[in-house]
Design a protein around this ligand. Structure first.
Ligand code: ATP
Length: 399
């Protein structure tokens, strides 16, 4: 993001004075690059050959299951962990051998790590004292940060006397007061209850956008990563599986791992029976033979016939209709449709989740519908239905 673009965003902000904002902007955000970075702990390879560019002023979330290497990547950028091989750059500065305190980055921890015996003010001021910033500037900057997180009235309170959400805000203020080029956030919302988590992630995103800062966050939660990020990085077993915008990743998961990790996707394993461009669209259409179910069709790219693969369909992109119906009596070629029995219907609020079991194989499937649309139907647990979906919505996934 350019400085002008940042200014445009900032101009929309009313919470801070223009001078404060100019101060904050003075320390322009830097991008982060990892070049073939590997980290080994003895025989354990925690991160393997990772190359990643995080543009300046963007919000990037590292997402993946426990043990996949997310925290190690974050700690190597911060300088809390040595790199076994490869390079880490902040802006255009290679920082491999630069100690954490000199990297001009900041880290916000899951536990917040506030000093309980200090006041809120003192907690935020601490980093500036360490940098020998003058008393006058410290006062201005701490005041600015308290205003930014909306807690100016709590400066004299001991940090141990704050609610979880307030502690989170103070931890954020403390991380930003030194005006880092990159802020790293290690599961910053995990200690909060669901409602507060949603509220605080909106706050985080607002602040990051307002100042055009570079935020790199570790999270286990897909929804959190999608709602916060410009770019999501999914990791598995120390490697990058996919780097994409949330919308791209949601629409087109690049691997079976990503499709599964996002949860809820219906994934079918099979063998490629046929692959050819569709004369109408020119796009490759892949026929996958799925044991017990038959042929399913997806859009993809040229793949060898006979190879093992999978296809994935989102539960909100299927249609449901009572069985038997026209499709079951007179199937059309290249139509994806299967017969399944409704196992359970769960109204979760705006969305209704329907768990089904495919009739021949017993495979569990999920269908999702807006509750308002679902209420107009007349389905019951135990009922046989047809699920259908278009080949265009079905994503081909290599093995
Ligand atoms: P979580 O979400 O559970 O925090 P993670 O994705 O952040 O997991 P890392 O903490 O980066 O994963 O760990 C990656 C791998 O490296 C794991 O197999 C872990 O056991 C291993 N590991 C991490 N730190 C060390 C260490 N100090 N010594 C040995 N192995 C380590």
């Amino acid at each position: 993001m350019t400085i002008d673009a940042r200014k445009t965003l900032v101009n929309g902000a009313t919470a801070l004075q223009a001078t404060d904002i100019q101060h904050a902007l003075a320390n322009a955000a830097a991008g982060v690059s990892l070049r073939q970075v590997t980290k080994k702990y003895g025989p354990v390879t925690a991160v393997e050959n990772v190359t990643l560019d995080i543009p300046a002023g963007s919000y990037c979330c590292l997402l993946g299951p426990s043990g996949c290497g997310k925290t190690t990547v974050l700690r190597m950028i911060a300088g809390h962990e040595e790199i076994t091989s490869g390079d880490v750059l902040i802006g255009d500065r290679r920082v491999n051998n630069i100690p954490a305190a000199k990297r001009n980055t900041s880290m916000m921890f899951q536990s917040y790590a506030l000093f309980p015996h200090m006041t809120v003010w003192q907690n935020i001021e601490f980093g500036l004292e360490m940098q020998n910033i003058s008393a006058q500037e410290r006062k201005a900057r701490v005041g600015e940060m308290l205003e930014l997180v909306g807690l100016s009235h709590l400066g004299d309170r001991k940090s141990s006397q704050l609610s979880g959400g307030q502690q989170q805000r103070i931890a954020l203020a403390r991380s930003l007061v030194t005006r880092p080029q990159v802020l790293m956030l290690d599961e910053p919302l995990s200690a909060l209850d669901e409602n507060l988590r949603v509220q605080m992630r909106t706050e985080l995103r607002r602040i990051q956008k307002q100042f055009g800062m570079t935020f790199v966050q570790v999270t286990h939660h897909t929804e959190e990563a999608f709602s916060l990020s410009d770019r999501v990085v999914v990791m598995s077993q120390g490697r990058l599986d996919q780097v994409a915008t949330p919308a791209e990743m949601f629409r087109l998961p690049a691997s079976q791992f990503v499709a599964k990790f996002m949860g809820d996707n219906n994934i079918f394993q099979g063998k490629v029976l046929h692959c050819a461009p569709d004369p109408g669209t020119g796009m490759d259409v892949i026929e996958l033979g799925v044991e017990g179910i038959g042929s399913l069709y997806s859009r993809g790219y040229a793949v060898p016939v006979g190879s093992m693969a999978a296809c994935s369909i989102r539960p909100d992109l299927m249609q449901i209709e009572p069985y038997p119906n026209a499709a079951s009596e007179k199937p059309t070629p290249r139509a994806n449709h299967i017969t399944a029995r409704i196992v359970s219907i769960e109204m979760t609020g705006y969305v209704t989740r329907v768990v089904l079991m495919e009739e021949k194989t017993g495979k569990e499937l999920l269908y999702k519908s807006p509750t308002t649309a679902w209420e107009t139907g007349s389905y019951a647990e135990g009922q046989l239905v047809t699920l259908r979906w278009s080949e265009g919505n079905c994503v081909f996934l290599p093995h």
